[in-house]
Design a binder for this molecule. Structure first.
Ligand SMILES: [Zn+2]
Length: 273
């Protein structure tokens, strides 16, 4: 969904943006239908997060046989963090759409999101030079908002510098790095159920870090956090990694700011602030 939001913000009235992944589904759960291939065969530009998030795309673009399709990889030039293989538990999961070697959740760092917006701008300008001024103006306005958001978060989170928080899946390393926090997670991808060993690890970390709340996420299938939280006497608050959302929210570029502000408020609560 973040890519849809960023593209919508830059495209404005110059282009029609269609989300390939339905907003209520996370990229980890997506399965393409023939109508997706039909849509791709007619599209001029395809915008992707990159870094393996859209593991399904190559096959899809091959089937669409659209020679004029221009692909914008929003992760171009973005500094990446490798996926932490050890922290996610020592069990070896067998799933075909893991995050790969590089963690793809770059959009959760507002300054990396600026780079994504700039990549989208450059790609759209190239694909549709007639509207270059519009793309440039809108990208710059949206980037300014992202930078402002970053400044606000840096101030709000400064008192918690160095602290650890625990998210449900492995989405938080870029966000954590930006604000000098440490992120741990329960499972690699959201559709996995935590094992008893995962839960034991979480409960140990909660005790060590004296976290006041665990961070759950909207798409978390298993409510396992609630039981652990109850055992440990801590609360559960929501940190939404923006992988899913309502149809309406996915059309409003402002959704990013609303959700991120509420995430930071939750995080401060988790730290007992
Ligand atoms: Zn994810």
């Amino acid at each position: 969904m973040p890519i849809t939001l960023f593209t919508e913000a830059v495209a404005g009235e110059c282009a029609t943006v269609t989300a390939l992944i339905p907003p209520n589904l996370g990229p980890h759960d997506f399965q393409a239908t023939p109508s997706d291939i039909a849509a791709l065969s007619k599209a001029s530009v395809l915008v992707k997060n990159g870094l393996g998030m859209e593991y399904f795309l190559d096959k899809l673009t091959d089937s669409a046989e659209n020679d004029s399709l221009q692909v914008i990889d929003t992760s171009r030039g973005v500094a990446v963090i490798e996926s932490d293989e050890d922290e996610g538990g020592d069990h070896d999961h067998d799933h075909d759409h893991d995050h790969g070697e590089v963690n793809p959740h770059i959009w959760l760092d507002p300054l990396r999101a600026v780079q994504q917006v700039e990549n989208i701008r450059d790609g759209l300008v190239k694909a549709d030079p007639d509207c270059a001024d519009g793309y440039t103006q809108r990208a710059s306005a949206y980037s300014d908002q992202l930078k402002e958001l970053n400044t606000t978060f840096a101030t709000q989170l400064k008192p918690f510098s160095g602290k650890t928080f625990i998210a449900f899946h492995d989405f938080a390393p870029y966000f954590a790095e930006r604000y000098d926090l440490k992120a741990e997670f329960v499972v690699d991808v959201p559709d996995m159920n935590p094992t008893p060993a995962d839960l034991q690890r979480v409960s140990n970390r909660v005790e060590q870090t004296q976290l006041k709340a665990l961070l759950s996420e909207p798409q978390e299938g298993d409510r396992s956090f609630n039981a652990v939280a109850e055992d440990l006497g801590v609360n559960v608050v929501t940190f939404d990694p923006l992988e899913t959302g309502s149809e309406e929210a996915s059309k409003q570029p402002d959704t990013y700011f609303k959700v991120m502000k509420s995430n930071v408020a939750s995080l401060i609560k988790a730290f007992g602030g």
